[in-house]
Design a protein around this ligand. Structure first.
Ligand SMILES: [Zn+2]
Length: 382
């Protein structure tokens, strides 16, 4: 279906408005907005606020103190180094490691560090295109691949597959909202696509650039490698939703079959950034220094996938806040993100989810792409 609204223009307009108009306008509509924690910006719909306007999580951190900074673990890094060194030259069809590649700073950092430290490891980068990739993200990939000089493939499942997945997920949200349902199932399918590609191409190792936080909180692991028994399991559900309730037999076969197919070797799945445990600032600085990414402050609102505005609006109607907010509030508490900017962003999202300002045409387009209406997802623009 033809796209009628330019998502990048809308995102830039949204950002401009948040930076320049909203700081004044918010004073006039404050009575209609949820109250927010004065320390981390958390909405009262997410966490209870004290009389002083501080959320329960900030109070807990103030009471118990921050968890001690984990000491860097050289043994863990050495273990990872041995796995990487051991994989070099072991791929049966010309590649030893499949690198999941989004074009963002983490995946660029991962590739270049592999090239520097393990030149014998034959890399294949792969990007899974879910059909809703931001045009800015695609352009970033086109720009950075020649600089990395790496073999690369796109995996592009048929459109109806993703439409079916996202349509089902957004109408069957779990307690974690769109982040924990739509975004999470998207991430699981990306990993499954990499598992299948690696298995089919005789690649023994998959490298994924998730941060320590994403591995621990997102995947529930506390090691840099996903356990073998987990990797051998065939997938039967995603984000708590049964695949058989979403897909026909052909659709179910697109997910990871685990060790149910005797002809497939199960690749190892490794998260090197978990072992390296770097600060986000270090990674940003390094990719700029390497000349890989020019604009170190590219906005996630512009590079994220096109469904993000729809997910935000649906969350506000379902939960009262965006399910992406808890992660930002955590980063604010840890001093890794700036409160005012993100509070204004999420406040304006709350406001525009009700009024439809800027986002309504885009949201209607995205719903139409998924074959849904506002009623299907419980959205009502005032
Ligand atoms: Zn707080």
């Amino acid at each position: 279906m033809a796209q009628e609204v330019d998502p990048v223009k809308t995102a830039r307009l949204f950002e401009f408005y948040v930076g320049n108009v909203w700081p004044l306008q918010r004073r006039f509509v404050a009575g209609r907005l949820a109250r927010r924690c004065t320390a981390c910006g958390a909405s009262e719909k997410m966490l209870p606020l004290s009389a002083a306007g501080v959320c329960s999580e900030c109070e807990r951190v103030a009471r118990e103190g921050r968890p001690a900074q984990r000491a860097h673990d050289p043994a863990l890094e050495a273990d990872l180094g041995r796995i990487l060194a051991g994989a070099a030259g072991t791929g049966t069809q010309g590649h030893d490691a499949l690198v999941m590649f989004s074009g963002g700073k983490d995946s660029c950092y991962l590739v270049r560090r592999m090239q520097n430290e393990h030149p014998g490891l034959r890399l294949l980068a792969c990007t899974v295109d879910n059909g809703f990739m931001s045009p800015v993200a695609k352009r970033n990939i086109d720009e950075v691949l020649p600089r990395l000089d790496i073999d690369h493939v796109f995996i592009r499942p048929r459109r109806s597959f993703y439409v079916t997945l996202f349509r089902h997920a957004i109408t069957h949200l779990n307690a974690q909202g769109c982040y924990g349902t739509v975004d999470f199932s998207d991430g699981e399918f990306m990993l499954d696509s990499a598992r299948r590609l690696a298995a089919e191409k005789g690649i023994p190792l998959i490298l994924c650039g998730y941060s320590r936080y994403q591995v621990e909180d997102g995947l529930g692991l506390n090691h840099f490698e996903s356990p073998r028994e987990r990797e051998r399991q065939p997938r039967t559900e995603t984000a708590g939703l049964k695949l058989a309730d979403i897909f026909d037999a052909e659709g179910c076969r697109q997910w990871w079959p685990g060790q149910t197919r005797p002809d497939l070797d199960v690749p190892r799945l490794v998260f090197p950034l978990y072992a390296w445990d770097l600060e986000e600032e270090q990674i940003k600085r390094q990719v700029v220094e390497w000349g890989l990414i020019a604009d170190r402050n590219q906005s996630p609102i512009v590079t994220n996938h096109r469904l993000i505005p729809l997910l935000g609006v649906v969350d506000v109607h379902r939960l009262g806040y965006s399910s992406f907010e808890p992660e930002f509030c955590r980063m604010i508490r840890e001093g890794k993100a700036e409160r005012e900017h993100w509070q204004h962003t999420f406040e304006f999202l709350e406001h525009t989810s009700r009024t439809g300002l800027f986002v309504k045409p885009l949201v209607l387009d995205l719903l139409a792409e998924l074959g849904l209406t506002v009623d299907d997802v419980g959205v009502r623009f005032g």
